[in-house]
Design a protein around this ligand. Structure first.
Ligand code: ZN
Length: 479
């Protein structure tokens, strides 16, 4: 039996580094890392938890690889919390549909300046409480393009809760009055917008859609740009102390607060027992002696994973042919499935860095780029013991700022299989085999079941044509 003690909680750092919003007045700058924030801001810091201990966790990824319509969305699917997963799925799909129709339809031309990114953080995952935040960054949208929402699941009641569900129904007026009190007088906030923001019952749920507890039991409420102040002022954060908020919490809110301050063991939402997915245990036999000057080499690369169960299935196929490949992994997926990344490394594959949550790095500041890459390298190192030496920028978007933000070497590709386009394994295999040539770096994705399903056929045919499957760094080193 595996132990399920909650591992040390990770400070909320990386995902919010996409934050462009500038909070005004006395509010905490949204997304600012606690470590470099003001000394007194520790009380408003929200911590995130390690997702790798959540049994049966599946991260649902949907990434476009087209520069003309770049988007990357993710949300977690936790066994037992189906109603919450459905709510996140609905929101993500709605935002993606709006983005695609606005930015990516034939009539709209190129999505110049647009890039939709939805990433996630686990706020609480212990006992019967699950809390997740989705962070949406729509570059090029009106205002900062940043919006955040928290989703809660009450395992005791077997019910999905919105953020406002943390506060008892009878205490909501007093709660809102306290929030207004804190917001009043801040730059960009006036009485009119404040009144309108909380006017109707429906509005309240939409405006008060991001709440989470701080490490010391206070409640942190985040308002997206334009919700309570002028859009130009960006987002606002209000933190109510534990003493102030506790009398107003619902029964679920009290449990969520307790599980945040003092996590009480593994998450148990009453889902039927899910056996741990098998992780392949292939071990590479020493260094790869292939000399690509003398034999026909090819470097297959798999982006955007790891994903369960796809990556595990892929590893088994690769082992059968003694093929070595390169995985360009997404940090938030590495955090969810470190065991799969460990299995990749153990089997002799190369692990590369593909950013934390797949933004177009060329749109970010040098600090944000460094955070995206460093945080991912740290997750890979924690899983495998070794930091990566190569990275692949999402969408292949690379410029001088990105290059100089890291010492890792960039790796693009020269064969694009567009495997994400075809939900048909036979077709994917046919395309890859058709485009294969000596010393090619081939782009594929192990988040797509059809791509993974195509791999045995690709390996079979290319092996028959005397190809050797090597990692990108091996190809570079021996050419
Ligand atoms: Zn990618």
């Amino acid at each position: 039996m595996r132990s399920h003690t909650l591992v040390p909680r990770l400070l909320l750092l990386g995902s919010l580094t996409l934050t462009a919003a500038c909070s005004s007045g006395a509010s905490e700058p949204s997304g600012k890392a606690p470590t470099d924030a003001r000394p007194d801001s520790s009380s408003s810091a929200v911590e995130t938890v390690d997702p790798s201990k959540i049994k049966g966790l599946n991260i649902v990824n949907d990434n476009s690889e087209r520069k003309s319509c770049p988007f990357a969305t993710s949300y977690p699917d936790v066994p037992g919390a189906q109603a919450m997963t459905a709510a996140m799925k609905k929101d993500v799909r709605g935002r993606l549909a709006a983005f695609r129709s606005g930015a990516c339809t034939a009539g709209a031309g190129r999505a110049e300046g647009r890039d939709l990114n939805i990433s996630h953080q686990f706020l609480v995952a212990s006992g019967d409480v699950l809390g997740v935040r989705l962070i949406t960054q729509d570059h090029g949208a009106a205002g900062s393009g940043l919006s955040t929402r928290t989703y809660w699941y009450d395992g005791k009641a077997g019910a999905y809760r919105t953020a406002l569900g943390l506060v008892a129904t009878g205490s909501r007026n007093a709660f809102i009055a306290a929030l207004k009190d804190q917001l009043q007088g801040r730059e960009g906030v006036d009485a009119g917008t404040l009144h309108d923001a909380f006017a109707g019952r429906r509005d309240r749920t939409a405006v008060l859609d991001d709440m989470a507890f701080t490490a010391d039991g206070g409640l942190r409420v985040e308002f997206d740009g334009g919700e309570v102040g002028t859009p130009a002022a960006g987002s606002y954060v209000v933190t109510l102390s534990k003493k102030a908020i506790t009398p107003w919490l619902s029964a679920f809110g009290l449990r969520a607060q307790r599980q945040t301050v003092r996590p009480g063991g593994p998450l148990d939402l009453g889902a039927p027992h899910v056996p741990d997915p098998a992780v392949p245990t292939h071990t590479a036999s020493g260094d790869d002696g292939t000399d690509c000057k003398k034999v026909k080499c090819i470097a297959l690369t798999f982006d955007d994973g790891p994903a369960a169960p796809e990556t595990a299935i892929l590893l088994t196929s690769l082992a059968r042919y003694k093929a070595r490949v390169t995985f360009f992994t997404i940090g938030q997926n590495v955090a969810a499935h470190p065991d799969l990344v460990r299995a990749e490394a153990r089997a002799g594959h190369e692990i590369g860095n593909h950013s934390w949550n797949h933004p177009d790095l060329t749109r970010l500041t040098p600090e944000q780029i460094a955070s995206q890459l460093n945080r991912t390298s740290a997750a890979i190192k924690a899983a495998t013991g070794q930091a990566p030496t190569v990275f692949r920028p999402p969408y292949g978007a690379l410029n001088e700022t990105v290059r100089s933000a890291t010492t890792m070497s960039p790796v693009l590709w020269n064969v694009d299989t567009e495997d994400w386009k075809y939900p048909d394994a036979a077709k994917v295999a046919q395309i890859v085999v058709g485009k294969a040539r000596p010393n090619a770096v081939v782009l594929m994705h192990d988040i797509h079941a059809t791509s993974v399903e195509a791999v045995p056929e690709i390996l079979r045919i290319l092996t028959a044509r005397a190809y050797r499957f090597v990692t990108v760094s091996h190809l570079r080193a021996t050419l």
